[in-house]
Design a protein around this ligand. Structure first.
Ligand SMILES: O=P(O)(O)OC[C@H]1O[C@H](O[C@H]2O[C@H](CO)[C@@H](O)[C@H](O)[C@H]2O)[C@H](O)[C@@H](O)[C@@H]1O
Length: 391
């Protein structure tokens, strides 16, 4: 189960892919070559018919509920692939005992993505509220473990949603990290007041680009430009698909004057970021170091996220051979996470089982229960709740 502290599903070798089925991990398309590596997220800026087709496919695929995938799912086409994918990335709920065993004698550190993980995916980014139940659960986790929110959003905004002062926050895809003033009482390093902003020299440039993007895209109905301080998001969730290429071209035309910025893609969103080598994975490493766990074997980082940008953190866990990566997704995706949380059957079947454990008086090391719930939102609005049980 564990490779030097890395919690991975046992039956990996037993993945049975039906001979005639399409290869696994086609999502998100397009990709350069088949293989285990997750597709690099930096988008090509060139033009050309094939490339345009690729862009549209990529933009569609950035939301797992786009019409084509939903139709395939309804027709049962995806079922076999999904089953095979689940063997490789079993439910974190189903593997609960493994996770508990892996945490024995280790300090758990929890990393949580925000959108699509703590809050449901909704059309309006300003309305992606976290439920009070979720807030209580995260507060409860943070009482026992150092806990960080790692988000593409700007730190202040994600704090406004989460509203928990005791957490660490890594906003702007990890380019704006701040810890609670007092530090965490669970950590080896006692110093509080962590603040780290590796892209601060990009602030004026990002401001400029934000303004240009607002101006340039204002004629596209539904387009929304969000200032995330050290990066900018251009949302196309509410843009008619016919205008996607026009919007993409506009974004590219603005960016051509900024070679120090790059374009990546999240869920129905373009993300403009500095080219510095910093991402959610680096933020995870930085936080572990700040907490005093840089080279420790007795730490178990648990990272839960749903988006392409969370793959950088999953990769770091793989590289360290340490921790638990959990992808929140109800569709097969190319991922470096070991486990998954989906909906809806799991939520209804797995949650009661997990909830029983919450109620049970336990002896032994701290334990984590991961609870997955769903919202009515048909666009992967997956919520999950983390409960912690102390000794
Ligand atoms: O790293 P995250 O915390 O997951 O942030 C990534 C982006 O999340 C937000 O956009 C996403 O959620 C919106 C609200 O549900 C949805 O409308 C949008 O389509 C999604 O892409 C946020 O608004 C972006 O700025 C973040 O980069």
């Amino acid at each position: 189960m564990t490779k030097q502290g890395m919690v991975v599903p046992v039956p990996e070798a037993a993945v049975a892919v039906p001979p005639n089925s399409a290869p696994l991990f086609q999502y998100p398309p397009p990709r350069a070559a088949p293989g285990v590596a997750v597709r690099k997220k930096c988008l090509q800026m060139g033009a050309g018919a094939g490339r345009i087709g690729g862009w549209v496919e990529s933009m569609r695929a950035s939301s797992p509920t786009h019409a084509k995938a939903a139709a395939a799912l309804a027709a049962g086409v995806e079922e076999e692939r999904y089953a095979a994918w689940m063997v490789k990335h079993p439910s974190a709920l189903a593997m609960f005992d493994q996770l508990v065993a892996a945490s024995k004698g280790k300090q758990i550190v929890v990393f949580l993505d925000y959108d699509g993980t703590l809050s449901p995916i909704v059309d309006d980014p300003d309305a992606a509220y976290m439920s009070d139940t979720m807030r209580r659960a995260v507060r409860s986790v943070a009482k026992h473990f150092p806990t960080a929110i790692v988000s593409g959003r700007c730190r202040d905004k994600v704090f406004e949603f989460v509203k928990l002062a005791e957490l660490y926050y890594a906003g702007s895809h990890g380019m704006d990290i701040k810890g609670p003033a007092k530090g965490s009482r669970h950590t080896k390093a006692k110093g509080g007041g962590v603040l780290f902003q590796p892209a601060s020299q990009f602030l004026p440039m990002i401001e400029q680009v934000h303004d240009s993007l607002v101006e340039k895209t204002k004629c596209i109905p539904g387009a929304k430009v969000e200032n995330n301080k050290f990066c900018v998001s251009v949302h196309f969730r509410c843009v008619d698909e016919k205008s996607w290429i026009t919007l993409a071209d506009m974004v590219k035309s603005v960016l051509k004057d900024y070679p120090k910025l790059k374009l990546t893609q999240g869920r129905m969103v373009f993300e403009v970021r500095p080219t510095i080598k910093w991402d959610k994975g680096k933020a995870l490493e930085f936080l572990l170091e700040s907490l005093g766990y840089a080279d420790c074997t007795d730490v178990l980082p648990v990272y839960i996220g749903d988006d392409r940008t969370d793959e950088d953190a999953f990769k770091v866990l793989r590289k360290r051979g340490q921790g638990v990566g959990i992808l929140v997704s109800k569709h097969p995706k190319d991922t470096c996470a070991s486990y998954s949380l989906q909906e809806p059957a799991e939520a209804s079947d797995g949650v009661p089982a997990a909830a029983c454990r919450v109620g049970a008086p336990l002896q032994g090391p701290p334990q984590v229960v991961i609870q997955s719930t769903t919202t009515d939102d048909d666009r992967a609005g997956i919520n999950y709740t983390l409960y912690m049980l102390n000794i």
